[in-house]
Design a binder for this molecule. Structure first.
Ligand code: OMP
Length: 229
């Protein structure tokens, strides 16, 4: 049985395009992971009903990366809050006013975490530059009252240092054992993510496309656990 402290820090990105595929993956993973992430592909295909269904067995991160004028983003945050999900995200690039409007709307849903994407893990900018920009955007999100950010493992420690240990760091771009990095540019393995200041690891294809997704999730969890006391 996986360690609850770690399984509650592992988010599987359900980047599939059909309700049946999503439910089958949920069932295969079972209690090996604490979180599921629904992103653009699945949400556009299947909508809110599936989100509610998945949220009955697992915590749910609705990853739609809102990026629009402040009023529109605030309204979208309200709608997401109405779904009862546990976490949503916006783009920090939307600026201070947009972030503040999103935070104000999210305050009506105290159980839902609002986080901001800093620099996409697929962005080809050099790592040093990504760290500077991600930190700048993290500060903006922190000052606007958001709960945390999405960044790569390479920026997580600096962000924690500046914004405080309670400021949530969610890190996609997780690969291990020589896996193909695909479109991801700033990657790290599960153990480095834990030691590098990540609160939550987002893993998609390395689990979804594994011969046995549950075994792949357990492998990631074992690496996460290997660096904790
Ligand atoms: O917000 C995200 O979740 C996200 C931000 C980011 O900077 N990079 C990133 O990969 N993601 C998401 O994290 C998941 C990573 O998937 P894999 O690359 O397949 O592990 C995908 O669902 C992406 O949409």
């Amino acid at each position: 049985m996986p360690d609850n402290r770690m399984k509650d820090r592992l988010m599987v990105a359900l980047d599939v395009n059909h309700r049946d595929a999503a439910l089958a993956m949920r069932d295969q993973l079972g209690d090996s992971v604490g979180w599921l992430k629904v992103g653009l592909r699945l949400f556009v295909a299947e909508g809110p009903e599936l989100v509610r269904d998945l949220n009955t067995s697992h915590k749910l991160f609705l990853d739609l990366k809102f990026h629009d004028i402040p009023n529109t983003v605030a309204q979208a945050v309200e709608s997401a809050g109405g779904l009862g999900v546990d976490m949503i995200n916006v783009h920090a690039g939307g600026g201070e006013e947009m972030l503040a409007s999103a935070a104000k709307a999210a305050a009506n849903f105290p159980d839902m975490k609002l986080i901001a994407v800093t620099v996409l893990t697929s962005d080809p900018m050099p790592k040093e530059q990504a760290r500077v920009v991600a930190l700048e955007r993290a500060k903006l999100a922190h000052d606007a009252g958001l709960d945390g950010i999405v960044c790569s493992v390479h920026e997580a420690a600096a962000i924690k240092q500046t914004c405080g240990t309670n400021f949530i760091t969610v890190t996609p771009g997780i690969r291990w054992g020589g896996q193909d990095t695909q479109d991801q540019k700033r990657v790290a393995d599960p153990a480095s993510a834990i030691t590098g200041g990540s609160d939550y690891l987002v893993v998609g294809r390395p689990i979804l496309h594994a011969p046995n997704p549950r075994d792949a999730a357990l492998e990631a969890l074992a690496m996460m656990e290997s660096v904790t006391a």
